[in-house]
Design a protein around this ligand. Structure first.
Ligand SMILES: [Zn+2]
Length: 692
């Protein structure tokens, strides 16, 4: 009887992995990894980079790959059995990595390698200095009780992060509302069809609404029934809060997470968790980040005030809405956009059929980065999942065979049991393996939550993507390319590994720019019925509408980022007293909103209870990274605007300086290698219509 999770030589056998495989595989892999750690830190293995890596990295990479497969399935094909198996294994895996990260013998060995003056290449030197830095952040310098407490905190934080996600997923899944077709007045046909199918699957008449994005968003944008929008909004913004079942309330989870992070920072000798979070990042201090955000808020504020005034006036004059509420925003904005630019997101959507979009995306990648993308095959976890390979032509004078660069899975559609959102994850990283000397090529997961194709009149219509969906797809591919096109052979700094968090969104946000290029868009659109490409006139309207409400949107992002940073920063002695009964999290959020926002959401809003980025997703005191990296990505794209967006010479320079270099040097160095200077904020402001 073979356990597919132990078969790490090939690609993961996603079709064969069952919940009952998890515990025995983890027993075996953790035992192997434990033994490797003992051997690596013993006298048998010298303080030599290769020798150490051949023992320890080989074992931990094998564990990491198997655990990655389990975590991935837990995210995209959740079942009660898998969740239980995952939840049981999680503390053991966390405990192992905590142990490695705090092993003084290993730390000593790395320090000995660094001190030995051995000739290491730049990538290895960077990997080694990252390892030593991470040791310090993982408590390697701690002794006795403090060390034990630190390990306990890590284990508990991992559990709490998982609980936070589960509460959000459960709260999203448990909500459903069956309505009649009449109540869906104004809602697009594809959403009506999907919700009718959902009701039918439940043996019910009518349309079953949910809080999943492909239903929630269009309902908020298009449903004429104001009270229906209000019900949806209330349900959505109170997920996992005190408004729902107590066992799904994230209130206590958040408080405990923050308290533990604060304690962790104190153990490491920092004033607060924000400081700890910034150590491996590009930004220098919490103060620098806050100044950056407040500067952006200042520049965006007049635009946001104008955006809001326009929306209120339009809602009053044209929609008969005297008191614009939170649940009217998306609806009124969509109507205002239609009135001003005379097109709707839904009209645009009819042109972005999934296959055309993918073909267009692949064409850009192939043109700029000198690769080819071909269908490939591998075991998958759902019939909708596809698998591809990226190849490069053989160098002149070689054997003529194309070289494999990387491979990726694409899981495009939303479905029950799949975590919402979109993300890129690594299945394995590029690595010149120290065990057999072979170069392992990178493999990535690209996961989205687009509306699946629907059956209409007995025929399956192609999946239609909104322009936002298309942008999301390009974004995730940007991460994927960063991971897959790397030419670094050292696994710890290959591709996205070892890249500073606040620079990691550079390649992803960079890719989004192409969704606004006519020469790109006209080649990746075909109307679902007529096959016609997107008309130029419609594109021009989209372009004109691109920065619609960019002031409000920028302030919203600043609000989230500042909330995150302040939540993790020390309140200091002058901090205001927290009123009785109001959690500190709510206090901080309220204060940030009063400071930077031009509009306050209703008092029942508990958005923070589903803010998974900072409570379950690794963005703690790091949410500002999106805006920070946007400065970098807009500035990088400006080089293409200057020299031609399909200019392969610029593409090659970008690929070599940024994508291929991965984490092998500081992001600022990579940026300067490409741009020839430090980053500037001007391109971002210009792209978003806030220049001058
Ligand atoms: Zn991203």
């Amino acid at each position: 009887m073979s356990n597919p999770l132990l078969d790490t030589a090939a690609l993961p056998r996603f079709d064969a992995i069952r919940p009952e495989h998890v515990a025995p595989a983890l027993d075996a892999l953790l035992a192997e990894a434990d033994a490797a750690l003992e051997k690596a830190t013993g006298p048998e293995v010298p303080a030599d980079y290769d020798a150490l890596s051949a023992v320890l990295d080989v074992a931990t990479e094998r564990l990491g790959r198997a655990w990655g497969a389990v975590s991935h399935l837990n995210a995209v094909a959740d079942t009660p059995e898998l969740r239980a198996a995952y939840g049981e294994a999680l503390p053991r895996v966390t405990a192992f990595y905590t142990k490695v990260g705090a092993d003084e013998r290993l730390y000593g060995k790395y320090k000995a390698i660094a001190a030995s003056g051995a000739a290491l290449g730049p990538a290895r030197r960077k990997a080694l200095s990252n390892a030593i830095r991470d040791f310090v952040l993982s408590g390697a310098e701690l002794q006795g009780e403090a060390k034990d407490r630190f390990a306990a905190i890590q284990a508990r934080l991992a559990e709490l992060g998982q609980a936070f996600s589960e509460h959000v997923l459960d709260a999203t899944d448990r909500w459903g509302l069956v309505v009649t077709a009449a109540e869906l007045d104004g809602v697009p046909e594809d959403v009506k069809a999907a919700t009718a199918a959902a009701a039918q699957a439940d043996g019910q008449e009518g349309h079953k609404l949910s809080l999943h994005m492909p239903v929630y968003l269009p309902l908020m944008q298009y449903a004429r029934d104001r009270s229906l929008r209000e019900r949806l909004y209330r349900a959505y913004v109170t997920r996992a809060s005190d408004a729902g079942p107590i066992e799904q309330d994230n209130g206590a989870v958040m408080a405990e997470i923050l308290a533990l992070r604060r304690e962790e920072a104190a153990l490491l000798g920092y004033a607060d968790y924000a400081e700890v979070s910034l150590v491996p990042k590009m930004a220098e201090s919490p103060r620098q980040v806050q100044e950056f955000l407040l500067d952006l808020a200042r520049r965006a504020r007049p635009h946001a005030e104008r955006d809001l005034a326009e929306l209120r006036e339009f809602a009053r004059a044209e929609l008969g809405i005297e008191d614009l509420q939170a649940w009217d925003f998306a609806y009124a904005a969509e109507k205002l956009k239609q009135a001003r630019y005379a097109f709707s997101d839904n009209e645009v959507k009819q042109y972005f059929t999934e296959s055309k979009v993918l073909a267009g995306l692949f064409r850009i990648i192939e043109t700029l980065f000198e690769v080819r993308i071909r269908p490939d095959s591998a075991p998958v976890w759902h019939p909708d999942v596809r698998f591809f390979r990226i190849e490069r032509d053989a160098p002149a004078g070689g054997d003529g065979a194309a070289r494999l660069v990387g491979q990726f899975y694409l899981d495009p559609y939303a479905r029950p049991g799949k975590r919402p959102g979109a993300w890129m994850d690594d299945v394995r990283g590029r690595w010149r393996r120290p065990d057999d000397g072979a170069t392992q090529t990178p493999v990535a997961q690209l996961v989205c939550n687009f509306a699946a194709p629907v059956e209409a009149d007995g025929a399956r219509r192609p999946a239609l993507l909104s322009h936002d969906d298309v942008t999301t797809l390009f974004h995730e591919f940007g991460h994927g390319l960063h991971h897959m096109l790397t030419q670094v052979d050292e696994i710890g700094v290959a591709g996205i590994s070892g890249v500073e968090w606040d620079a990691v969104e550079l390649p992803s946000q960079f890719m989004e720019n192409f969704c606004w290029e006519w020469d790109v868009v006209r080649h990746m659109t075909a109307h679902v019925d007529s096959g016609e490409p997107l008309p130029r006139e419609l594109f021009d309207k989209m372009l004109a509408a691109k920065n619609f409400q960019s002031g409000l949107q920028t302030l919203r992002q600043v609000e989230l980022a500042l909330f995150d940073m302040r939540l993790h920063a020390d309140d200091g002695p002058g901090a205001p007293a927290v009123p009785e009964g109001v959690p500190r999290v709510q206090q901080v959020l309220d204060a940030v909103r009063r400071e930077v926002s031009v509009w306050l959401p209703p008092a029942f809003n508990r958005f923070q209870h589903s803010f998974s980025h900072i409570f379950a997703g690794g963005y703690a005191a790091g949410y500002y990274s999106y805006k920070w990296a946007e400065v970098l990505s807009a500035d990088a794209y400006e080089a293409f605007e200057e020299e031609g967006v399909f200019n392969p010479a610029v593409g090659r320079r970008y690929r070599e300086a940024i994508l291929e270099a991965g984490g092998s040097r500081p992001a600022l160095e990579s940026f300067k290698a490409f741009r020839g200077r430090e980053p500037r904020i001007d391109a971002l402001l210009r792209h978003q219509g806030m220049a001058g």
